[in-house]
Design a protein around this ligand. Structure first.
Ligand SMILES: Nc1ncnc2c1ncn2[C@@H]1O[C@H](COP(=O)(O)OP(=O)(O)OP(=O)(O)O)[C@@H](O)[C@H]1O
Ligand SMILES: [Mg+2]
Length: 362
């Protein structure tokens, strides 16, 4: 287990920002695909991040009969038959899934020794689903950490923070953020941290890209290869590239023995290109139209500044430049875009910085 725990953690630069006697500032994002947690290294140098699949499998201890839990990559790999992704739709939909989320979160916290006496800021999706949000809130409140402080901020605001600089510059700006997640596409304007004209659609998503890749792979291989959506997601995460995509080969073992090698040339990028076209369409023609209609001045000010892309789908190499190009063409004016170095971690890192500031101020 220890090697798997190590595989989940990485170091990122940043001050972490604690005086020794203060509560430890922690940032958390409970995402539908992955959960990311960030907190300062014990020696105060930099941040430690934990990134794990948001899934849980239970099994019975053969000696004690006790029910035990396994989470993350290990659970997905070893118990594909009964692993549960309890936030698959973005939020815990019912009490049962809220309980599983609590169990999952507690397991992650325990295996990484995150201190209970901590100040925790949660990055929360912008979804119009009051029941789901309430369930998420109860998971947060019942968690063992955050005894010193618990707050939540919008995920796309948190995710924009590392894109602006090393501190909390984003909170003083007027800008537009687009969060490209697995279950939702969100866009909002922010005016000194105030969220304006939030827009969410479940129609343009990373999960949908995975489903389409799986279909295209079947087509591209003339029906010889069927991949599941986990494999499709891995193809996307490892190979999608708007600048320098390279065809790749993979091998399937055939049920009767033997194996079949195949090359993927189009499936991944066809799906990603269609996704980005849909993102641009929703952004330019739905979100911006709504923002211009409701807040003309904010719209004008924000469009003169770079649009911040956040969320895991913003990790695809070249996506920022390609988004700029397609939006500029759609709007008939030059639009700039930026992203943090690690858009998949940026919401959590931003939340951690807010937590550090709240600890300082208190
Ligand atoms: N390096 C990468 N390259 C391509 N796609 C990636 C990469 N890393 C993550 N993704 C994709 O980003 C999506 C996850 O994004 P994110 O972690 O922001 O979502 P989430 O917060 O869990 O979901 P949501 O907010 O939509 O419920 C998934 O579709 C995942 O496959
Ligand atoms: Mg998200």
């Amino acid at each position: 287990m220890s090697s798997d725990v190590d595989a989940e953690t990485e170091e990122v630069s940043g001050s972490g920002g604690t005086g020794s006697s203060d509560a430890v500032p922690v940032g958390v994002k409970l995402g539908s695909t992955r959960t990311v947690i960030a907190f300062p290294n014990e020696d105060g140098s930099g941040l430690k991040t934990i990134r794990t699949l948001t899934c849980l499998a239970s099994y019975e201890d053969p000696l004690t009969g006790e029910e035990k839990y396994l989470y993350g990559e290990e659970a997905a790999r070893e118990y594909p038959d009964r692993v549960q992704f309890m936030l698959r739709s973005g939020l815990p939909e019912d009490e049962n899934r809220a309980e599983l989320t609590e169990q999952f979160f507690t397991s992650v916290i325990e295996s990484h020794d995150i201190p209970e006496d901590s100040a925790v800021v949660y990055a929360i999706p912008t979804i119009d689903n009051p029941a789901g949000l309430e369930n998420l809130q109860s998971v947060i409140e019942d968690s063992p950490i955050g005894n010193a402080l618990m707050e939540s901020y919008p995920e796309s605001l948190c995710g924009s923070i590392p894109a602006f600089g090393d501190d909390l510059e984003a909170i003083e700006q007027i800008f537009i953020a687009v969060n490209m997640g697995s279950t939702n596409l969100e866009a909002s304007a922010y005016r000194r941290g105030e969220q304006i004209s939030p827009f969410t659609t479940g129609a343009v998503t990373g999960n949908e890209v995975d489903r389409i890749i799986a279909n295209y792979v079947e087509e591209e291989t003339q029906g010889r290869v069927n991949i599941d959506i986990t494999t499709a997601r891995e193809y996307k995460e490892e190979h999608a590239d708007f600048e320098a995509f390279e065809p790749f080969t993979d091998i399937i073992q055939q049920p009767g023995g033997g194996s079949h090698e195949y090359t993927i040339e189009r499936s991944v990028m066809d799906a990603c290109n269609e996704y980005l076209d849909d993102v641009v369409e929703e952004f330019a023609n739905t979100f911006l139209a709504q923002l211009a209609n409701d807040h003309m001045k904010v719209y004008q000010l924000a469009l003169d500044r770079p649009v911040v892309l956040t969320g895991g789908m913003a990790c695809i190499p070249g996506v920022v430049e390609e988004f700029e190009r397609r939006v500029s063409e759609e709007l008939g004016r030059e639009i700039e875009a930026v992203a943090a170095e690690r858009p998949d971690l940026s919401a959590t890192i931003g939340a951690q910085r807010i937590a550090a500031r709240l600890v300082q101020n208190s």
